[in-house]
Write a protein of this length. Sequence first.
Length: 171
Amino acid sequence: MKTMVLIAAMLLVFAAGVWADDTADTKKDKAAPTEKIEKKTTDDNTDVQEPAIITTESGLRYQDLVVGTGEKALYRMRVDCHYTVWLADSTGLVKVSRLQSSKDKGQSYQCQIGVALIQGWSEGMVGMQEGGTRRLYVPWKLGYGAGGRPPAIPGKTNLIFEIDFLKKLGE
């Protein structure tokens, strides 16, 4: 029952965002490819349980796509990870265009959680376990804010990250 209520709530949020996009005077390319979050099925057409989307007090949403088995990430921890980032639509749940990925470069990304990262990334990694993959739905206020990061990221742009927490790095 909780799953059905969650799915219904997500559909309402998505529908509200679509209505807002259609009525707003925007310069978005409506033909741009998007990737929606939807229920998945296996080859034999049976439903696959989609990981729950968790919303934090700040408004960050995340899904654990793969739950790791290693050490949990903490603020100030130095980590090695892979990431892919997309611009998201106004709902923050639909991928609009892919920006970049550390996987394209063939090199992981090393960072310190809470230092020189956007707030949404730092908050979203805390509690994640080594070996895990988490999708972060970062509202613009927890990303690059009203100013954005031109030219790639306009102001007030929601982002979607997928982060693979490879390992904790030495102090």
